[in-house]
Design a binder for this molecule. Structure first.
Ligand SMILES: Nc1ncnc2c1ncn2[C@@H]1O[C@H](COP(=O)(O)OP(=O)(O)OP(=O)(O)O)[C@@H](O)[C@H]1O
Ligand SMILES: [Mg+2]
Length: 396
């Protein structure tokens, strides 16, 4: 037999590629992370993963404000349902520093204190976002069920029936800052990740076989921040001007090592072994990445303005931004230490607010073209006279 047909085994399947295409334009500069996630989910969906485990387990590490939480949100929008409020189940691990708080996640056995409360990791809570999205569509189609529901709320029996009827569900659960949790939570995680299920206090089992589990680990916190802000040079990093690329790679590697070290120190060896290959270090963002993110935020301002015009049935207002204004926004809104997190606030303060003021004071009106330009060291609104072209008004 001749095996002469080479197959491109690096190629992404349709679904994995769809995920990359969905997430990449929304989370800038983290392609490596997106591809890692897409690959793992594809293995699970193909049925070739170890049976019984969760649909995916990922540890997100890396500096602050570079898209870790945003990535979890976009993954949920892709896997669960694409709605603006990301359909994500979140566990803030910092709230579970004591053993008795961890117990609340699974609740106490019948007869014990707290056994009357619904545990947080109850199946319906975990699958909630997908269940309600599916139920809403279903109810829209079945008016009689909806009427019945509204007459008989809260109708737990019907909810349970609907739950069974609309199965299966996909879910994404985020354990944020997992290193802060009590070790009891780590043992829970081991069950969830390894067995794909978790026993609750009332004896029921919660299944995680269709759940992508994301742990964020804020490690190296101080150390990584020092590396990023350039305070530490004891690792032989090239200086900023010398070689930005090498420096970024060194920082990534240092964060990876710190993450592994912290995980090894804080977690049981079984858990370390399970997640070791799933640690994804998010990259610090370059200036070009930040500029793309800024463009996205400015487009959103334009979009809001267009929606406002459509609602009031007035002519749209067109915005332009000079290159200097964009530079200024990047300088104000992006830092090595905080990533692009402050950028949203900067755009709000220096662009949206000024625009709203100009609209309120009728300095600009429907149908106008508006240019943001620097004056006296800050962005100012300029209106284009109706009959004249704006000089240098290209929105580069
Ligand atoms: N790579 C990115 N692409 C697009 N937007 C981003 C990116 N990184 C961050 N943002 C934006 O910046 C804000 C903060 O990002 P995010 O919450 O994901 O940070 P994080 O990495 O989770 O930080 P932390 O470690 O502090 O939790 C979000 O509003 C997000 O929209
Ligand atoms: Mg975060």
């Amino acid at each position: 037999m001749i095996f002469d047909q080479a197959v491109d085994s690096e190629a992404f399947g349709v679904d994995a590629q769809r995920m990359v295409d969905f997430i990449s334009p929304r989370i800038i500069g983290q392609e490596r992370a997106v591809r890692h996630i897409a690959r793992s989910v594809a293995i699970h969906d193909s049925g070739m993963a170890d049976p019984g485990g969760a649909a995916g387990v990922f540890v997100f590490a890396g500096p602050t404000g570079v898209g870790k939480t945003a990535m979890a949100e976009q993954l949920a929008r892709f896997l669960v349902t694409d709605i603006p409020h990301a359909p994500l189940t979140r566990v803030q691990c910092g709230k579970f520093k004591e053993s008795h708080r961890v117990a609340e996640l699974i609740s106490s056995p019948p007869g014990y204190v707290g056994s009357d409360k619904v545990p947080f990791l109850d199946q319906l809570n975990v699958d909630g976002p997908h269940f309600w999205a599916k139920a809403e569509e279903f109810l829209k189609r079945k008016r009689d069920v909806r009427d019945h529901l509204s007459r008989n709320k809260p109708n737990l029996k019907l909810t349970a029936q609907l739950y069974e009827h609309l199965k299966p569900y996909k879910s994404v659960i985020l354990f944020d800052e997992v290193e802060k949790a009590h070790e009891d939570l780590h043992s829970l995680l081991l069950h969830i990740i390894d067995d794909g299920e978790l026993g609750l206090g009332d004896g029921s089992l919660v299944r995680f076989e269709n759940t992508a589990i994301i742990l964020t680990c804020n490690v190296g916190g101080k150390h990584a921040q020092e590396l990023l802000s350039g305070k530490t040079h004891n690792m032989g990093f090239a200086s900023l001007e010398e070689d930005e690329g090498k420096r970024a790679k060194d920082i990534d590697e240092a964060i990876y090592r710190d993450t592994i070290a912290l995980i090894e120190q804080r977690f049981a060896p079984e858990l370390v072994g399970r997640v070791r290959n799933e640690i994804i270090v998010f990259r610090s963002l370059t200036r070009e990445h930040s500029a793309v993110i800024l463009d996205g935020l400015l487009q959103k301002v334009q979009q809001r303005l267009d929606e406002r015009a459509a609602r009031s049935r007035t002519e749209p207002i067109k915005l332009h931004f000079s290159a200097e204004v964009k530079e200024h926004l990047l300088k104000e809104g992006v830092s090595r230490t905080y990533g692009v997190r402050p950028l949203k606030h900067t755009v709000r303060k220096l662009i949206t607010l000024r625009l709203v003021n100009a609209l309120d004071s009728r300095g600009i009106a429907p149908g106008d073209e508006v240019m943001f330009r620097m004056r006296d060291g800050r962005p100012e609104v300029f209106r284009k006279p109706r009959s004249l072209p704006v000089a240098g008004a290209a929105s580069e």
